[in-house]
Each structure stands twice: as structure tokens, then as C-alpha cells.
Design a protein around this ligand. Structure first.
Ligand code: MTE
Length: 399
């Protein structure tokens, strides 16, 4: 395949054919890693071939800022890293297709079946995008930052856009990243340079980044328009192909993530031998939300949502406080990341084995600080994205 130069971990589960490479880690393996995912186990979403960048060419990687700016900039990676200060922050990336498999089981969408592991977390190190854009001097009418990668696809280079005022907001932590967990980016994750847009769907974090283009309108890139959208539920695959107007409405483009959660323990198809088990069983999983909004509660139901109990939550931010003193990973943690959350959390709740034996399923839902809550019902849409109804693990009994 065109990706024969790319090292890959055999544990990753392929979701599409041989090429391009789209994989999620097994959820239990992902969860066992703890808050930080090893880059080799991190989920991968590639639309095409991975650009081949040899190590010796990394410092000369060229990157530009153009469009509605008074002072266009053309800069090499080496220069970028010496001219601007580095920051490091724990950031969870999530594919908008995470949990799409559940939608496809109800009604086929135009997308492949992600399980609940289209999500991973790393300490990303890079320069703040706003610092670079400020030097390019945006014109007053500029409102969007379009980004373009180096991967040439059937419909042009991969590209998308976000609002300029988000990029300029220091609390949003939008960066040009070159390291994950202190190591240079792996080829699948954007070697040598990618955008990271915390709190938003992974599709906005353009890999193999070559260009920022400031514009007055959102990106007109094919992948910005025909990907990463939640169209109204009545638009079926036929209607969406017949009528391009559905795709051109930027109100349907996804930016911030919404609250979501999954159970890693028990896992789907996990066998529990309850006969000689202890009296209590620990259920565990992850939860995240978008836009820097912290998850404020995770609830578990053993009776299909009639009653709920509160799970314990562990926040990653509490763990990473220690990095502040140690100046690890070659960068300071300077955005006020204790106030915001760009990172998943883990939840756990002990349930008695007797209760588990009687229950039909374990159901979980999460809420964030804006009281956004995972809905009971699925919102089906043609791309099957942002699927976040209550997460359910069915319990089957064998005697
Ligand atoms: N950037 C480029 N250049 N090409 C791509 O195919 N895929 C996007 C985004 N950035 C993509 C890209 C999508 S849809 C997602 S979810 C994330 O990258 C995945 O990032 P990861 O593979 O590092 O997990």
C-alpha cells in the first residue's frame, strides 16, 4: 500500500479495508493505558495516504499563513519552533464518528462502524496558533482560519476551518503541535506538524499541516462541506446525494463535542464467572464533553433508566498538576487548563454481583457543566456522527 513506510501496532482494529488506514484500539486495552494513550495505540482516521516525510526533512517542513493577512508568513518547522514558545496540554481527540456502529445497526449511515474507541488522549506539545497568526496581522474582515494538509485526496487536499475568534482566544488552547507525549508526531498522527483544536471533533485537527488561510467565509474545501456534519434526521442517503443544498448550510457543521460516555468494564462480550466472584463488581469507563466543558456527573442505571446512581469520577487534570513543577515534555503548561477540560475523565462504580446477576443491562450517561446530558434516544443522521445516547452493555445469562 502507499503507507508501507508507516509503522503500526498489531493490536489496532481495522474498521475499513486495507487502505486508507482507519483503526480503533480495543476499548479494554485503551482503558488500561490510563489517561494518556500511547501514540502507537491512539485511534487513527486517515482519508488517504500518509505523506512520507523523512526524519532529515522534518526541520525543513514548510508552512505558511496567507489569505486575509497584511503580513503573509512562510516559515520552516525549525524556525517556527525557535521563534515561538512551546506549550503542553492534555487533550482528548475524538472522531465525530465515535460509536457510529450503534447508528448503523438501527439504520445504515454513510460511514464505517466505529465502536466506542474512536477516542484517545495525549499530552500535545506545540506553539499557540494565535501567536503565529498575530504576527501575520489579520485584516479586519478575516473571520475564519482555513487549514490545509499535505495529503492529496480524490477531492483535493484535506482541509477545514474554524472561527478566527476561537483561535485567538488563549483559553481554547488551539495549537500547532509537533509532539505527542513528549515524542515527535508519528506519521499516522500528522508528522511533522498538525493543528490541534481542543474540545472540538478530531476532524478539525488537520494533520500534515501546510497552510493556514484567513478568509471571510468558512472553508470551501470538499472535506469541510461533505464531512463532519449532522444533517437533519429526515435527510436519508438518497436525499443527501440528490440535493447538495443540505451540505452547504454551515449550521449543520459539527464543531464542539457533546457529552458522551462508554463502559469499558464490563466490556461487550466479557464473560463474568459469577459463581466464585467476590460480592462486588467494579464497573468503569470514560466520559468527555466539548468546548472545554468539564463532565460534572456520570450516572449508572441497572433498571433501564428508572433509577440512577452517581458514579465516582477521576479527572485527568488532577493527575497532570504534577507536570507543572517538573517542566516535563519540553514545554510549559500555561493555558488555564485547570479551569477548562479538554480531556476525558474516568468513572467507576461498585455494583453488587447479586444485582448484576438480576439485571438486563448496565446503562450509563454523563452530564457536563452546562447541564448538557446524553439523551435517551439516538439522533440518527446520514453521516452517523455525534452518536451519544445512553451507553448500554447487555447482560446475557448462562447457567
Ligand atoms: N488531517 C488530514 N490532513 N487528513 C485527514 O484524513 N482526518 C481528520 C483529522 N485530520 C484527517 C486530518 C479526522 S476525521 C480525524 S478524527 C483526526 O484527524 C484523527 O486524528 P488521528 O488520526 O491522529 O487520531
Amino acid at each position: 500500500t502507499p503507507d508501507s513506510h508507516v509503522p503500526r501496532d498489531a493490536r489496532l482494529i481495522r474498521l475499513t479495508g486495507v487502505h486508507p488506514f482507519n483503526v480503533e484500539p480495543p476499548l479494554t486495552a485503551l482503558f488500561k493505558e490510563g489517561f494518556l494513550t500511547s501514540p502507537e495505540l491512539f485511534y487513527v482516521r486517515n482519508h488517504g495516504a500518509v505523506p512520507h516525510v523523512q526524519d532529515e526533512n522534518v526541520p525543513n517542513w514548510e508552512f505558511s499563513i496567507e489569505g486575509m493577512v497584511a503580513n503573509p508568513i512562510r516559515i520552516t518547522l525549525k524556525q517556527l519552533l525557535s521563534d515561538y514558545e512551546n506549550v503542553t496540554c492534555p487533550i482528548t481527540l475524538v472522531c465525530a464518528g465515535n460509536r457510529r456502529k450503534e447508528q448503523n445497526m438501527i439504520r445504515k449511515s454513510k460511514g464505517f462502524s466505529w465502536g466506542p474507541a474512536g477516542v484517545s488522549t495525549a499530552l500535545f506539545t506545540g506553539v499557540i496558533m494565535a501567536d503565529v497568526i498575530r504576527r501575520a496581522m489579520p485584516l479586519r474582515k478575516a473571520r475564519y482560519v482555513c487549514m490545509e494538509g499535505a495529503d492529496k485526496l480524490p477531492n483535493g487536499y484535506y482541509g477545514t476551518s474554524v472561527k478566527l475568534n476561537w483561535v485567538m482566544d488563549p483559553n481554547r488552547g488551539i495549537m500547532l503541535a509537533h509532539k505527542m507525549n513528549g515524542e515527535p508526531l508519528m506519521p499516522d498522527h500528522g508528522k511533522p506538524l498538525r493543528a490541534v483544536i481542543p474540545g472540538q471533533i478530531g476532524g478539525r485537527s488537520v494533520k500534515w499541516l501546510k497552510k493556514l488561510i484567513l478568509t471571510a467565509e468558512p472553508s470551501d474545501n470538499w472535506y469541510h462541506i461533505y464531512d463532519n456534519r449532522v444533517l437533519p434526521t429526515m435527510v436519508d442517503p438518497d436525499e443527501s446525494s440528490r440535493n447538495p443544498a443540505w451540505w452547504k448550510d454551515d449550521r449543520y457543521a459539527i464543531y464542539d463535542l457533546s457529552p458522551n460516555a462508554a463502559t469499558a468494564q464490563p466490556a461487550h462480550d466479557e464473560q463474568l464467572v459469577l459463581a466464585d466472584a467476590p460480592t462486588m463488581y467494579m464497573t468503569r469507563g470514560y466520559a468527555y464533553s466539548g468546548g472545554g466543558r468539564r463532565i460534572t456527573r456520570v450516572e449508572v442505571s441497572m433498571d433501564q433508566g428508572k433509577t440512577w446512581r452517581l458514579a465516582n469520577i477521576e479527572y485527568a487534570e488532577d493527575q497532570y498538576r504534577k507536570y507543572e513543577d517538573k517542566q516535563l515534555f519540553g514545554g510549559r503548561l500555561d493555558m488555564d487548563w485547570r479551569e477548562t477540560s479538554f480531556c476525558w475523565c474516568f468513572w467507576n462504580l461498585e455494583i453488587s454481583v447479586a444485582e448484576l446477576r438480576e439485571a438486563k443491562d448496565v446503562v450509563v450517561r454523563a452530564m457536563d457543566e452546562s447541564m448538557n446530558i446524553m439523551p435517551k434516544e439516538m439522533y440518527w443522521s446520514v453521516l452517523g456522527m455525534m452518536n451519544n445516547p445512553w451507553f448500554r452493555i447487555a447482560i446475557h445469562k448462562e447457567n
